[in-house]
Design a protein around this ligand. Structure first.
Ligand SMILES: Nc1ncnc2c1ncn2[C@@H]1O[C@H](COP(=O)(O)OP(=O)(O)OP(=O)(O)O)[C@@H](O)[C@H]1O
Ligand SMILES: [Mg+2]
Length: 407
């Protein structure tokens, strides 16, 4: 028998009864607050139910507004509801295109998804048309109606041939019996605008926009998740609406609202509390922001990182706030020592402006005495320790001695 007094871990069930439900990857059993989008989506899928050639659908909207969750929910329903019709044989192939940067890679992944592990093909070395042909063979062998969901499709960038090929495969005579339909999902508005006219025609037969959620919608979404995830009364009155309000004002993303709620719960649990109070929501907000800024710092471009290191160098010498003309020479030196061609000052200044926009730097405009010119001063908006930590993990740069000592 385990001696209770000896255990390091025990179950903490005071706040959460099922915390999984607050995780982003949890698929909700019902969809809240997306009535119109669901209606449009259902109408667009109706040909599938009728056994006809499916329409191609394009879903777009900012991050966290339910595009993936609604698609999963509705396609599950569709699969269930079409089982009663003998003349509808529906398959759904779901591909997340994150990290797939070309039509070729998407096609290979689709082929491999339809094959058993031992028959998968190598991800390089085939001519593009050969891969498309293999894909058509697979689809034809599968037969029936095949919905191909390409989530995060914007990752393929301008190499979008497959978005023309797949929707047109049947009319172009590549398929005889299989009826494919493509559902493209993207949170990149530029991607949609930049699609070539022929792709737009093929793919965007039905385009459905998912707008950001407002506060009452986020509150309703949270409410239904919290009901399953937390014990009754574990969230103090006002906590759910506070999370909803913060997320609505910032992004309108359900993901952000859920993250705040979950984090607030975790903080309350760590504090040994039995209820989540508003104080924990504010703490959670600060922590979430901090981790987003850290993520933003890590994801910068090379010149963004160089600009960051240059400003850090000055900050460590107590030389901030600093102007571009002070930061730029440091930037040049670090670039040259790292064997990177430096940008001209004006272009490097754009990177400082980006750092300010990301909340990493604070930027203030100043007036130059009587001569009347205006200039900007930059200083860090985040803990230098955090910056040093991020900078210390960077590869491919020769860091100044002072920075190295702190990193
Ligand atoms: N209407 C809704 N009802 C219930 N849960 C929702 C709803 N909308 C979003 N969610 C939840 O919010 C989170 C984010 O939603 P989802 O992943 O669908 O966003 P997305 O639009 O696909 O974002 P991205 O573009 O970043 O992929 C998920 O955990 C999802 O379950
Ligand atoms: Mg998604």
């Amino acid at each position: 028998m385990v001696n209770q007094a000896m255990t390091t871990f025990s179950r903490d069930t005071e706040i959460f009864c099922n915390e999984e439900v607050l995780r982003e990857e949890y698929q909700p059993k019902s969809i809240t607050a997306r009535k119109e989008e669901l209606k449009a989506y259902k109408t667009a899928l109706q040909p599938v139910v009728n056994g006809a050639q499916p329409r191609n659908i394009f879903l777009y909207g900012k991050t966290g507004v339910g595009k993936t969750a609604v698609s999963r929910y509705l396609l599950d329903q569709l699969k269930q509801d079409t089982q009663q019709f003998d003349d509808v044989d529906l398959s759904v192939i779901w591909l997340n295109c994150t990290n797939l940067t070309s039509s070729y890679q998407v096609a290979i992944n689709l082929v491999n998804q339809t094959r058993e592990p031992e028959n998968r093909i190598s991800t390089t070395g085939y001519p593009q048309q050969r891969v498309f042909d293999l894909l058509y063979d697979e689809l034809e062998a599968m037969g029936g109606t095949i919905l191909i969901v390409l989530d995060e499709i914007d990752h393929i960038g301008s190499d979008d041939e497959i978005l023309y090929e797949l929707p047109r495969a049947r009319s172009n005579g590549y398929l005889e019996t299989a009826k494919p339909g493509v559902i493209g999902i993207s949170n990149d508005f530029g991607f949609r605008d930049d699609l070539s006219p022929k792709v737009k025609d093929a793919l965007c037969e039905e385009a459905i926009h998912f707008p950001p959620y407002d506060a009452p919608e986020l509150e309703a979404i949270l409410q239904s998740r919290v009901q399953e995830a937390l014990h009754d009364d574990a969230a103090e009155e006002g906590v759910i609406s506070l999370c909803a309000a913060i997320a609505a004002q910032d992004t309108g993303s359900a993901r952000q609202a859920l993250k705040l709620m979950y984090k607030a719960g975790e903080l309350a649990r760590a504090g040994g509390e039995t209820t989540i109070t508003e104080r924990y929501v504010h703490q959670a907000q600060a922590q979430v922001e901090q981790s987003e800024i850290e993520h933003g710092m890590r994801e910068l471009t090379r010149h963004g990182h160089l600009s960051l290191v240059a400003t850090l160098h000055l900050a460590l010498e107590n030389e901030t706030p600093a102007r571009v003309r002070e930061i730029y020479p440091r930037y040049r030196t670090i670039a040259e020592q790292s064997s990177i061609d430096p940008l001209v000052r004006r272009r490097m200044h754009d990177h400082l402006a980006d750092l300010a926009m990301l909340g990493i730097l604070e930027r203030n405009s100043r007036n130059e005495g009587r001569s009347g010119g205006q200039y900007y001063e930059y200083d860090f908006n985040v803990d230098l320790k955090l910056v040093c930590q991020v900078v210390g993990d960077l590869e491919g740069f020769v860091l100044p001695e002072e920075v190295l000592q702190h990193a």
